[in-house]
Write a protein that binds this ligand. Structure first.
Ligand code: EPZ
Length: 420
């Protein structure tokens, strides 16, 4: 196992390129199962999660080649079963449910486990498959979907008690592309990654309107053909680096990024008095020693993203004011708080709201990575802290950030990756 040793206090400056989006790549790679023809997906980040999805496609019978950021697939003949040992390592594997159901009309996909950010139900995914006419049974940890009589377009509301579901919307949209008739998804997730998936499906011959809004209309077609697609930039990786640049140094610039995908995050920085400049494909951020605290609530897109909540807790530690952040999507998603408190952070957790009194010095300490974004937030806290912070269980970070340490070192950070 590896760990990161972060020597805090070194100012950051310079520019880096943002990688392709993990949360766009995963459903788009799964969508290649919808056709027997070859697909080429570009700008796929080199992460353990995307490598794992490539492995899943292979185990399902697709031919898959990966050359750095380009993945070429050909799913001529595919299996209808995604077993537990394949699905258990990554919850997002659930996004093969829609393509397998759409293409084969029959599949068995193991129920993904929960994870540290909370219970990860799939009831809305199953509600969508049933609405399309499938018989869905959950038995012995497996989801058994039978749509032998074919899939029929429907009108469905996918809103859950925590708002819309990203992968649930993806799964229903993918299955609906090959259903008979028209499907209307109300309460759809509007994330840029959903829109990116829809754009890929449209290139494959799907008829989709409204992706990127909360109402998506899909008119089923007989079959889909191969296509090429370039994945959008990773808005959460970008947001994570913006927090690093806002915490200390002379300012950093991110390139190959789409500022429109980060409006709520950029507004949050500006609200704190942290200067942000954008062009169509770059964002520059500078620290402001007199920055003001913030009161944020995570919401489905276009609201403030839950995937940026932990990173903003680290930012709040750097701002000499009181800030609050309330988590409404995954109310337990505060694994980072206990670890930051080990570094001296003044954070008080009341239910799903963290109250942070920032500006007090943090001191480096050994901390434990837990989920992907909490782990990245601990790196950020380590940059801010005096002394050395050791971050164990690095595999959490490597799941979702392409060369995070190398990119931070390129910005001047003093970080080492060593064997545990
Ligand atoms: C996607 O997960 C992202 N993952 C997550 O990013 C992100 O945090 C999440 O969306 C919310 O934005 C990928 O895209 C691979 P949801 P997803 O279904 O689709 C509840 C990261 O760090 N819900 O939108 O699995 C659920 O419990 C990861 O990159 C149901 O109740 O999340 C949650 O409270 C972490 N029933 C809320 O909806 C369901 O059937 C949103 O979950 C499905 C979800």
């Amino acid at each position: 196992m590896e760990k990161l040793i972060v020597h805090g206090g070194t100012p950051l400056k310079g520019r880096i390129n943002v990688s392709g989006s993990k949360n766009s790549s995963l459903p788009i790679l799964a969508a290649t199962l919808l056709t027997k023809e070859s697909c080429t997906i570009r700008n796929v980040p080199d992460l353990s999660d995307t490598n794992y999805m490539v492995r899943i496609l292979g185990e399902l019978g697709a031919d898959v080649e990966r050359a750095s950021g380009v993945v070429i697939t050909k799913a001529e003949k595919i299996k209808s079963t995604a077993p537990y040992d394949l699905v258990r390592k990554m919850r997002a594997s659930i996004c093969v449910l829609g393509p397998l159901t759409g293409r084969l009309k029959r599949c068995v996909v193991s129920l993904p486990g929960g994870c540290v950010i909370g219970d990860r139900p799939v009831d809305l995914h199953l509600k969508g498959m049933e609405a399309l006419g499938a018989i869905v049974k959950v038995d012995g940890g497996d989801i058994d979907v039978n749509a032998r009589k074919g899939l029929k377009g429907c009108e469905i509301n996918l809103m859950g008690k925590h708002g819309s579901t990203v992968l649930g919307t993806d799964n229903v949209m993918m299955a609906a592309t090959l259903a008979k008739g028209t499907t209307i998804i109300q309460g759809a997730a509007a994330e840029p990654e959903v829109e990116d998936l829809a754009n890929f499906l449209i290139k494959m011959g799907a008829k989709i309107e409204g992706a990127g809004t909360h109402r998506i209309v899909i008119e089923g077609v007989k079959e889909l053909h191969g296509a090429e697609h370039k994945v959008i930039p990773d808005r959460i990786e970008a947001g994570t680096f913006l927090v690093a640049g806002a915490i200390l140094g002379e300012g950093i610039t991110l390139r190959r990024v789409n500022p429109d995908h980060l409006r709520s995050v950029l507004d949050a920085f500006k609200h704190c008095g942290i200067p942000i400049e954008t062009t169509k494909d770059s964002i520059t951020v500078r620290p402001n020693p007199k920055a003001r605290g913030f009161d944020l609530t995570t919401l489905p897109y276009p609201g403030f993203p839950t995937d940026m909540q932990a990173q903003f807790c680290a930012l709040a530690c750097a701002i000499p004011d009181t800030s609050t952040i309330t988590e409404t999507i995954f109310p337990q998603r505060f694994m980072h708080v206990a670890e930051m408190k080990r570094m001296g952070a003044n954070i008080d957790l009341q239910g799903a709201t963290a109250r942070i009194r920032g500006g007090e010095p943090l001191k480096g300490a050994p901390v434990m990575a837990s989920d992907l974004r909490a782990s990245a937030a601990l790196v950020l806290a380590g940059l801010l802290a005096s002394g050395t912070t050791e971050i164990h269980r690095l595999y959490h970070i490597d799941r979702g950030y392409e060369h995070l340490d190398d990119k931070l070192i390129a910005l001047g950070a003093n970080i080492e990756r060593v064997q545990e």
